[in-house]
Design a protein around this ligand. Structure first.
Ligand code: MRU
Length: 369
């Protein structure tokens, strides 16, 4: 944030701009006070933008990481298919290391490595064609993510509406930012909310501040105000009071990694919302593309939780809000156990956590072509 009194300047929202070999990102560290794009000229820039959270949100991290590689490849010439394959493999593994919890970048890297290997084996193409096809596969990720988010929005809005008995409108709670700023566009959990709104079925969405990085107050509120979706901001500590008093129809959140048993890592604070939702019998939905599901880990116990610097807690922008000298604990994510999750909304449909295996067949078919 530029200063403590930033003015919210609303402009058309496009978090990732990619065309003609140029990649620009809306710097999310500056929102909502300042709308400024930064240029990403290669993998090193991409890694730092992800690590510093100038771009964040599991799908956006993967898309920007891979596009930063596409940009870099466009500038370089390769004299052999082997050298291109080795370069790609090393750079993708490096990009995975930028942030550990969200699995989307890792899944994209594995799929792209398998693609580059098969292009290398294909004797009918030379190194230039190999490079072109590889870059094209990365570029396809943008359109695919938008289509997946619209499908998630559709399935999710129907699931929430099916859960209410009459033809009433719904009040939904969400946490963190899962919208256009966290994806290629539209969003996952925020896509569900956009879909409810487009059907005239959303009475109001409540979004949490999402301390300490304030993705809810800074980013989700920014998107909701911009689209004139009826929304109310609350502090993270107000969720139980909200559920007691405001007749919430459903909670819908995103995911950074869903384990094979349905346990879900998402923004810190998600777990306590799920506990409170259970207590108040409010359905709790996770909206996640298949690229957020990690069938390689049996449960949430195996998810590495990123710990962020104390500065994010002790300061808002450059303003210190905590007593100097205090020790901080700043895990960026927590794990919501599967038993607290009503269903997981994906682009292929909705499953209960216990049935997540049903999605495995879809993930065997590579999402990168
Ligand atoms: O630390 P962040 O801002 O990258 O965390 C983002 C979240 O936890 C989102 O809920 C998740 O990535 C899903 S975004 C569609």
């Amino acid at each position: 944030m530029a200063n403590c009194e930033g003015v919210c300047e609303i402009m058309t929202l496009k978090a990732i701009k990619y065309s003609n070999g140029k990649l620009e990102l809306l710097d999310q560290l500056l929102l909502p006070s300042e709308t400024k794009y930064i240029s990403i000229t290669g993998v090193e820039d991409g890694w730092h933008a992800i690590h510093k959270m100038q771009v964040r949100g599991a799908p956006a991290i993967a898309i920007v990481g891979c596009l930063s590689l596409a940009i870099e490849l466009q500038k370089e010439g390769y004299n052999s298919k082997k050298s291109l394959r080795q370069e790609v493999e090393g750079k993708l593994n490096y990009l995975v290391s930028a942030r550990p919890t969200a699995v989307n970048m890792k899944i994209a890297a594995d799929e792209l490595i398998s693609l580059v290997n098969s292009l290398d084996r294909d004797e009918s193409i030379n190194v230039d064609v190999m490079k072109l096809r590889f870059i094209q596969a990365i570029e396809n990720m943008l359109d695919k993510d938008v289509a997946d988010n619209h499908a998630i929005g559709e399935y999710g809005s129907q699931a929430i509406l099916n859960g209410i008995k009459s033809d009433k409108t719904v009040r939904v709670l969400t946490h963190c930012n899962t919208g256009s700023l966290a994806t290629a566009s539209y969003g996952t959990a925020l896509g569900v909310i956009r879909s409810l709104h487009s059907y005239g079925k959303l009475e109001r969405v409540y979004c949490t501040e999402t301390r300490p990085y304030n993705q809810g107050a800074r980013l989700t509120a920014y998107e909701l105000v911009q689209e004139k979706i009826p929304a109310t901001l609350l502090c993270d500590s107000m969720v139980a009071a909200l559920m007691k008093r405001q007749n919430i129809s459903a909670v819908v959140v995103g995911a950074d990694r869903v384990a094979a048993n349905g346990d879900t890592a998402n923004k810190i604070g998600t777990y306590q919302i799920a506990v409170v939702a259970k207590h108040h019998s409010v359905p709790f939905f996770v909206a996640a593309p298949l690229t957020s599901i990690d069938f390689n880990i049996p449960s949430g116990e195996n998810i590495v939780i990123e710990e962020r610097p104390a500065h994010e807690m002790t300061h808002i922008g450059e303003c210190r809000i905590a007593a100097p000298g205090i020790t901080c604990w700043n895990p960026a994510f927590d794990v919501t156990p599967a038993e607290l999750i009503t269903a997981i909304i994906t682009e292929k449909g909705i499953v209960r956590p216990a049935e997540i295996e049903k999605l495995k067949d879809f993930t065997r078919r590579s999402s990168i072509s």
